[in-house]
Design a protein around this ligand. Structure first.
Ligand code: 13P
Length: 251
């Protein structure tokens, strides 16, 4: 049995004050949950959120990191710095970083490898655009992003990897993949991990989160699918009560 896992991606939202109160509310409202819960907090508020989460089981995550250990990389944030702020989980390859910021698969792969090397858990995001979906390329796009993103990762390291399937057209749009469409994509991702990248055992243990307009109202149906092991939540993670309801649906 895979332990369900739910992440709250706050994206570029919150203030120092609201990050502190949201983290404290998440810690209180998700207490005792059977799902593993993490929150991905903007860099400037990581230390604040770490304080508010202290003593809780909620994991602190970063939304990105740079893969080099230190040096002349103005504006970037290293894994050592993140670990100093109590970060244990790293989000890599979110579609907004791929499609808005322009990150390549090779940069994403470097970040995955560096995050694992640093001992962190890594959540690798994959997913197709609307155009790609309409051309019937969903599984091929996911397979390509997985193969390139996970290149060089060992089977042993895969125990610290979670995949988040986030169809780009479903993010922040209020459009959710139907539970069946999401299940089909997740099943194909697991098959790819089993048959091409690693082996059946690695694939069976791999947690695959669904992301894209998950709400309290649709979470239970999505999480009820055999290959959907939880979710990566954007907008609804900014309200502690909604996030807690989604976590409860996964538990
Ligand atoms: P929404 O839940 O706002 O659609 O965002 C999903 C997401 O991008 C989580 O990383």
């Amino acid at each position: 049995m895979r332990t369900p896992t739910v992440g709250g991606n706050w994206k570029m939202n919150t203030t120092a004050a609201s990050a502190r109160s949201l983290a404290a509310e998440v810690a209180a409202s998700c207490k005792g949950s059977k799902a593993e819960v993490s929150v991905f907090v903007p860099f400037p508020y990581l230390a604040i959120a770490a304080e508010a989460l202290a003593g809780s089981a909620i994991k602190l995550g970063a939304q990105d990191a740079y893969h080099q250990p230190d040096g002349a990389f103005t504006g970037e944030v290293s894994l050592t710095m993140l670990k100093d702020c109590s970060v244990s989980t790293l989000l890599v390859g979110h579609s907004e970083r791929r499609h808005v910021i322009g990150e390549s698969d090779s940069l994403i792969n470097a970040k995955v490898l560096a995050g694992l090397e640093a001992g962190l858990e890594v959540v690798l995001c994959v997913g197709e655009t609307l155009d790609q979906r309409e051309r019937g390329q969903t599984d091929a796009i996911n397979a390509g992003q997985l193969a390139l993103g996970l290149a060089g990762v060992s089977a042993e390291q895969m125990s610290r990897v979670t995949v988040a399937y986030e169809p780009v057209w479903a993010i922040g749009t209020g459009k959710t993949a139907s539970a069946q469409d999401a299940q089909n994509a997740h099943k194909a991702i697991r098959a790819m991990v089993a048959d091409v990248l690693f082996a059946g055992q690695v694939a069976q243990g791999l947690r695959i989160q669904y992301g894209g307009s998950v709400k309290p109202a649709n979470a239970a149906e999505l999480f009820g699918q055999p290959d959907i092991d939880g979710g990566l939540i954007g907008g609804a993670s900014l309200k502690a009560a909604d996030f807690a309801a989604i976590v409860a649906a996964a538990s």
